[in-house]
Unconditional design. Sequence first.
Lengths: 204, 283
Amino acid sequence: MTAEAGGPLGNDLALMQGIASRDRSALTSLYNKYSPTLLTLCTRLLADRGEAEDLLIDVFWEVWERSDRYDPARAAPLTYLVMLCRSRAIDRRRSANAVKKMPPGMQISVEAAADKGLDIADRGERVDYADLAEQREIVRTGVRKLSAPQQQTLELAFFEGLSHTEIAEKTNIPLGTVKSHIRSGLIRLREILRNVGVDAESTL
Amino acid sequence: MNCRDAQDLIPLQAAGAAVQEDSAQLEAHLQQCPHCRELMGDFTQVAAQLAIAVNPTPVPAVLREALDWRIDQSMSQLPPLEMPRQTSRMGFIMALAASIALLIAMGMSLYIQHLQKTEIHGLHQLLAFSENRNRKVMAHEATVVTSWENRVHLLQSRVQQADEVIKMLKVPHLQMASLTGAGKQPSAFGRLLWDQHAKMWKFCATDLKRLQADKTYELWWITPASKKIPAGTFNVDETGFAMFTPTIPAGMKFSPAVTAAVTIEPAGGDLQPQGPVELIGKL
């Protein structure tokens, strides 16, 4: 089975199924498609590029090693990956003595890799994920329609991993107002995405 | 927690902004409420869309190699160095191993150099401290020695002066005259001892203040005709004592008509007294 066959949504689900059946190429395809997006998320959450790269490997290793945990009825593949990244990143942040599980020899910096010209795009292995690019533009358009406080509070919560109390402290915005911004922001985004005919990850 | 509270909290939970206590209560509610659970799933998917709104980061290919390496390890259940099955992977792992070894060696070398530098720096500091302390101790000891040498020298001088006084006291025709303090030193005292037959003269002074280096005491003979004849200069020691042999002009006769006086003059003395009289007395 070629993991990338089928429609967009079928693609991701097929990849997850391929992973569950121990198809290494399915994992590679899923990794190639989402690792750049997830690396940004991990870097924002951990504020450390090395830790973020380490976490990225951890997450995809967990996707492979514990593939039975993925339930398509509960979340689309992207949602599953994003929530897995957030959860593991927050665990790391909470752990004062986080131990890197990555083999020492593998801990090569991005800069070092870039120097070697080993980036995916440079090696011509990158698949043209047009569906992902299209979805990105839709979400960006939706986010731009949110008010500035809504964007700010959502960003601090989602990308910085701050709770509403921490956001209130950091921004000097009353706690109730912070909750209101986050709540109304996400509800608004949900409506916007629905209005443009996007049902969350239906195109993925 | 009821559905209303849960639905209020769901967007916060989906965005990752809920606090732990609220999350736990919401989780308990979701376990028993399919409707809220579905809503939670819906908002979670919306929130997940935020992740793709930001610019993706180029991922170094070596990370995928690392993922492959780790999966290979978990699948084979063999120690890392015994499991490679492909020449290219073997080469990659060997290169990594060599790199690690090189990095470790470099790290160790730098660490040892750092330790050596730190230790040398510490020794330098200790040495400097010791030298500084030794210098202070030696300086103190030198001061003590100098002080003792001065005291010994003073005592030797006193003994010599005492011998001279005793010698004077033994002369058969000893005569004495006293000079008393005048001016600003009323407690000072001087005594002149002589034996004109034996041609021996000594002058002693006590309780005179020490003068600055550019000044000196000078003894004068004042004849009945008010002629002032210099008899010699002297300085007192730290106790205010001095003894010296005055100059006696040829043909001068010692008589009660002669007055002796001590004045303060510029260092080296003067031909005529210019300064204030400190001691004075008739012979």
